[in-house]
Design a protein around this ligand. Structure first.
Ligand SMILES: Nc1ncnc2c1ncn2[C@@H]1O[C@H](COP(=O)(O)OP(=O)(O)OP(=O)(O)O)[C@@H](O)[C@H]1O
Ligand SMILES: [Mg+2]
Length: 306
């Protein structure tokens, strides 16, 4: 069984009268790519700062690879919280040299390895001033990597990036998880991103954890199985007529593109296809509409919490 990489119990942080993080329990196992999902203001950054000991907590405890002592915890963790700041007149490499000297962690070889991992080795002598946002995010990840952590904690690492930049960071994180066997804890308010990247997910809403599990578990729990299918057919009239004669299927409306969306009730997509063929209607595409985490997220975060 995988051991626990990061556990919080009852983690609580208040700002004045406002509770930003409320009795947060979460568990990240070694090898997870864990998505910490929540809308703006949910308390993700505050929770991460508490976990890292960057701010104090009002209650609760944090365990990292079984360690309760913050100093010993730090040896296992590399982190990037919000947009990383650098000395812009220094090169990327010199920034990492400063950071390692300051932290007393990481050798020249570690710096080169980290730069290579994030794909910046070829441009590491350029001043950070000229770096794009995506390059700065990579450099932030490199800085998190130089201490050779087992756990990477990243707060919205794709924030502000264009789709290509987001994809590159996602690919990088997946590679770090697979090739370097890093456990990754990554916050995001972007549901699609978490779905594509993470093996496990925790959903935070107003400082509380409202759901935690694998993406599949959460979808199953929300009852979001494939119940809708988009159909494409050259003869829409014939398709409509055939559908009327088939029990267990009803037209919902327009699907993707020119497709027609239908809801299945006790009928599998394969059975529907078979019935349509029997009715003399050939569909050129039959695409199951997979409910996304977004449906679950919206359901959970729109409920009034007690
Ligand atoms: N230093 C602070 N002083 C007072 N309130 C704060 C402070 N930091 C955070 N908060 C409050 O705590 C709550 C959670 O904020 P936090 O930044 O942790 O959310 P978040 O989930 O990271 O949001 P985002 O997606 O916008 O980054 C908010 O209501 C915020 O206003
Ligand atoms: Mg935040």
């Amino acid at each position: 069984m995988a051991s626990d990489a990061l556990v919080t119990r009852g983690l609580t942080r208040r700002f004045g009268g406002r509770t930003a993080v409320s009795a947060l329990d979460l568990r990240v196992q070694e090898g997870d790519v864990y998505g910490f999902l929540g809308p703006n203001g949910a308390g993700k950054t505050t929770a991460i700062r508490c976990m890292l000991g960057l701010i104090g907590r009002d209650a609760g405890e944090v365990e990292i690879f079984g360690e309760k002592d913050p100093v010993r915890q730090r040896a296992h963790v590399g982190a990037m919280v919000e947009t990383p700041a650098f000395h812009k007149w220094l090169s990327a490499r010199d920034n990492l040299r400063r950071a390692t000297a300051f932290a007393g962690q990481g050798t020249a070889a570690d710096i080169e390895l980290a730069l290579e991992r994030v794909g910046l080795q070829g441009r590491a002598d350029e001043k950070v001033q000229g770096y794009s946002l995506g390059m700065k995010q990579r450099l932030g990840i490199a800085r998190a990597l130089v201490g050779k952590p087992r756990l990477l904690i990243l707060d919205e690492p794709t924030n502000g990036l264009d789709p290509r930049g987001m994809r590159e960071i996602r690919d990088l994180l997946l590679e770090l998880a697979r090739r370097d066997r890093l456990t990754i804890f990554v916050s995001s308010h972007l549901l699609g991103e978490v779905e594509q990247l993470c093996s496990r997910v925790g959903i935070l809403e107003r400082g509380r954890m409202v759901a935690e599990g694998t993406v599949e578990e959460l979808l199953r729990r929300s009852g979001a199985a494939v119940t809708e299918v988009d159909l494409e057919c050259a003869d829409a009239v014939a398709l409509g007529r055939a559908l009327e004669g088939i029990a267990g299927v009803s037209v919902v409306g327009d699907g993707e593109g020119d497709r027609l969306r239908v809801r299945l009730d006790g009928l599998s997509p394969a059975e529907l296809n078979q019935r349509l063929v029997q009715a003399g209607v050939a569909v050129s595409a039959l695409v199951p509409v997979v409910k996304s985490l977004e449906d679950l997220f919206l359901t959970l975060t729109s409920q009034e919490l007690t």
